[in-house]
Design a protein around this ligand. Structure first.
Ligand SMILES: [Cu+2]
Length: 104
């Protein structure tokens, strides 16, 4: 019996540490393009945009949930708080578009 409880503890700990691990997902901005254009993430993950252009860009959610200013040759980040798919664009270059699909 004690051995079985020990095994269960190991399994539970493993599950908890997997679900608690938040990732940082990088999206590069290069020559007015978000790459990758679409990413999949989980609630609690961080999205970091790395701007390789000299221009200022933004990552602005079309549903107004968030807006990140990303100066030239710098980066900007957000932590995802809600599940769902979010389309975003750059305020200064509306042709720049991306999408983040956030699972719970
Ligand atoms: Cu831009």
């Amino acid at each position: 019996m004690p051995r079985r409880i020990g095994l269960m503890a190991v399994v539970l700990f493993g599950l908890l540490s997997v679900s608690a691990r938040a990732e940082t997902i990088q999206v590069t901005i290069d020559k007015l393009v978000f790459a990758p254009t679409e990413v999949n993430a989980k609630v609690g993950d961080t999205i970091e945009w790395v701007n390789k252009d000299a221009l200022v860009h933004t990552a602005t959610a079309t549903n107004n949930d968030w807006n990140v200013n990303i100066p030239g040759n710098q980066s900007g980040k957000i932590v995802l708080k809600k599940a769902g798919a979010v389309d975003y664009f750059c305020k200064f270059h509306p042709n720049m578009k991306g999408r983040i699909t956030v699972s719970p």
